[in-house]
Design a protein around this ligand. Structure first.
Ligand code: SF4
Length: 360
């Protein structure tokens, strides 16, 4: 049983091809392959045994050959504003977070691409816990599959890679997961409704740009100068601002800047002016993100007046801005918080980055 094929770790087309081979070898009707493939993602089945529209013998044969592994819900929190956070336990004991954010007719699912993160952004609970491992393709897309399997199901309209981890440091798996999420034979979410958020990993941006689909790119900027950004985001040493902005400029689709406002750190008048110049260089839309109040790590949220002035200053310089409202304030909604709580470790900061998402 050890070498059974995990159908969820293949792209939908590859999975169906494997199923076709299997049906042919088993002298089953070819249409059975499509019948099973539809239950992998589009209309997901909890297990192969649950495919009760197949003959019992065929279900048994499928189970001997293939697996449909699951993620285990270790915790679930629901905010009064409808935001829901899930902690999924993986087979090796790692844990990852997924957040469902309803907003009018839209339901955005914020998914993780790594267990933990190596990048140690100064304001991030996930960064503080360190790197566990890369997620496999099925564990990334599987977060969507799991919420679709809930009763009642959660059916996301939008996906953002803004959960735990840096997706472009796990490109091989993210590449397959993007196909599964977008392919009509997979989950079938439009590419324009899927956003990959990065600190600016250049090879990954190039790989994403090379894909023909219209996937969106968000860049975590968080500081308008190398000196400050280096302090907040150590990765800036490897991928400095100028190089990241250059990459954003060559990205054919419009890019979003993510900017978490840290009181007295990156929210002064000069910061807004410098950020506006960067945004204008690559035509970026700017998402201003409030820091979760009560945060530690030496950071405090910007005051309402500083926030409003910052947004005004960007707009006055011709930059389109969205000011995110806080979501999930009564739950551990910021990235890494729930896992830190459940594992008994303290979160050093509470950025709303991964809890309060808007895509331009
Ligand atoms: S903000 Fe994102 S990239 Fe930075 S440490 Fe946290 S998870 Fe990693």
């Amino acid at each position: 049983m050890a070498d059974r094929i995990n159908l969820l770790d293949l792209g939908p087309a590859d999975a169906e091809a494997r199923l076709r081979e299997f049906m042919a070898a088993s002298r089953e009707a070819p249409y059975r392959a499509r019948q099973v493939a539809r239950r992998l993602w589009r209309s997901p089945a909890p297990s192969l045994a649950a495919l009760t529209d197949l003959p019992l013998a065929l279900r048994g044969a499928l189970e001997a050959e293939f697996t449909l592994p699951r993620l285990t819900v270790a915790a679930r929190q629901r905010s009064v504003d409808g935001t829901e956070k899930f902690l999924f336990r993986l087979a090796d004991g790692e844990a990852i977070e997924t957040v469902a954010i309803p907003d009018g007719g839209r339901l955005t699912l914020c998914i993780s691409s790594q267990a933990g993160c190596a990048l140690q952004c100064a304001f991030c609970a996930t960064g503080a816990m360190g790197f566990g491992r890369n997620l496999a393709p099925w564990e990334i897309a599987g977060q969507v599959r799991e919420v679709m399997l809930l009763d009642p199901p959660i059916m996301p309209t939008n996906i953002v890679f803004m959960g735990m981890g840096e997706p472009l440091m796990n490109w091989r798996a993210v590449d397959v997961a993007l196909t599964t999420l977008n392919d009509p034979a997979g989950i079938g979410i439009g590419a324009r409704h899927i956003t990959v958020s990065t600190v600016g990993v250049l090879p990954g941006i190039q790989a994403l740009a090379a894909r023909p689909e219209q996937f969106r790119l968000a860049i975590s900027v968080h500081a308008p100068s190398d000196a400050l950004r280096q302090r907040l985001m150590p990765i800036n040493t490897k991928y400095p601002l100028a190089a990241v902005i250059d990459a954003a400029r060559t990205f054919v689709r419009r890019v979003t800047f993510e900017y978490v406002l840290l009181g007295g750190v990156n929210d002064r008048g000069g910061d807004a002016t410098a950020l506006a110049a960067l945004a204008r260089q690559c035509g970026a839309f700017v998402n201003l993100i409030p820091l979760h109040p009560g945060g530690t790590g030496g950071f405090t949220p910007s005051t309402p007046s500083a926030t409003a002035a910052f947004a005004r200053s960007l707009r006055a310089r011709g930059v389109e801005v969205a000011l995110r409202k806080s979501r999930g304030m009564d739950i551990s909604a910021a990235c890494g918080q729930l896992r830190v709580e459940r594992l008994g470790r303290r979160a050093p900061g509470r950025p709303e980055e991964h809890a309060d998402i808007h895509v331009a």
